[in-house]
Design a protein around this ligand. Structure first.
Ligand code: TYM
Length: 341
């Protein structure tokens, strides 16, 4: 916590409903959100508008949005403590994004590695939304006066841009926007692809074997770990450069069991890769089992889920209105009578 962090900081984070979540999302983000709930004002959002930057099938998309909200709750987000809501239920996200886009330089957006990567992968649909995606992300965060943003390593650059946008706005218009701090997970901030351990594990990876989903069946989890790519050195050491596959498995084992790397190395040294793979799978399966059964309960009770989301959106809209009032005022926009009172 830095000096400007208050006693009860505001925490905001989000994930895209672009398919099921991986254990990368779990270790890099969701598990840490749960841990942060105590003593903070938390908002956890399903960012459906972000997901529109890639073409979605409306029927499937609707299911993914509900799945993701249910998964937040299954992972341990407590709706009594935290607001869980859908981005498109709070129109101010898009409104603030427009305003912030006028404080963002085209050159800054061109430098975003995630944009370059996605533009490469979706060559036939490099739409303007994909380009301005980080501005919408900045709006998500700045809308709530957020102090802390728990994310995986891959979101660092977007967080830096968010801070730059907030500082630029404040530099021109005075201290209106809270400048947020990232909280990057310790240990498994970048879980890697099981088939190509030089890449991060992604929910949209082409090969199914490359990613372990939070909701995967235990047998499938075991199969995926057994087939994980390692190397031919035959020795268990933590060497990211030369043994990225083994290093990834060790990191996942640590994240799943709560052990540190020294403990992992003394536990596995003098063993073969097979034992590392199986024990990592077993630790992940044990960790995910309760999440999977809670997910089923939430997903089967649609009225309960809808109630949580409606309450979350209402809370979020109330908070958003406070910031929007300040932003409108700072920019010199004329306020319609009755709005922001
Ligand atoms: P998304 O949906 O790709 O991922 C959600 C969260 O999971 C983390 N993550 C990982 N952590 C460790 N290892 C991995 N392999 C891995 N893959 C993903 C991500 O860092 C993220 O924390 N742009 C964001 C969504 C977003 C957002 C926001 C996040 C929109 N607005 C505001 C925070 C605040 C995204 O695409 O995350």
């Amino acid at each position: 916590m830095n000096e400007s962090t208050p006693a009860r900081p505001v925490v905001f984070s989000a994930a895209q409903p672009t398919g099921q979540l991986t254990i990368g999302n779990y270790f890099g983000a969701l598990r840490n959100w749960v841990a942060l709930q105590e003593g903070r004002e938390c908002l956890f959002c399903v960012v459906d508008l972000h997901a529109l930057t890639v073409r979605q099938d409306p029927k499937v998309f609707r299911e993914w949005i509900a799945d993701l909200a249910a998964l937040y709750l299954a992972c341990g987000i407590d709706p009594e403590q935290s607001a869980v809501f859908i981005q498109s239920h709070v129109p101010a996200h898009a409104e603030l994004a427009w305003m912030l886009s006028t404080f963002t330089q085209v050159g800054e957006l061109e430098r975003m590695t995630q944009f370059k990567d996605k533009a490469q992968r979706h060559k036939t649909n490099v739409n303007a939304g994909l380009f301005t995606y980080p501005v919408l992300m900045a709006a998500d965060i700045l809308l709530y006066g957020t102090h802390q943003v728990p994310v995986g390593d891959d979101q660092k650059q977007h967080l830096e841009l968010t801070r730059d946008i907030a500082n630029r706005f404040n530099g021109i218009h005075g201290p209106v926007l809270q400048v947020p701090e990232p909280i990057i997970a310790k240990g498994a901030a970048r879980v890697r692809d099981l088939q190509d351990p030089t890449k991060k594990m992604s929910k949209t990876a082409a090969s199914e074997l490359a990613r372990v989903m939070i909701l995967d069946d235990p047998k499938l989890i075991l199969k995926k770990f057994k087939k994980a790519v390692t190397d031919s050195l035959g020795e268990i050491r933590y060497d990211n450069e030369n043994q990225p596959g083994v290093a990834n498995l060790l990191e996942i084992w640590c994240a799943a069991t709560g052990n540190d790397m020294d403990a992992a190395l003394s536990h596995f040294s003098h063993n073969m890769y097979g034992k590392l793979k199986v024990e990592t799978a077993e630790a992940v399966i044990a960790l995910l089992e309760p999440v999977q059964s809670r997910f089923k309960q939430w997903r089967e009770d649609e009225p309960a889920l809808a109630k949580v989301l409606a309450a979350g959106a209402e809370q979020a809209r109330g908070r958003a209105e406070v910031t929007m009032g300040k932003v409108h005022d700072a920019l010199g926009l004329m306020v319609e009578s009755g709005r922001f009172e």
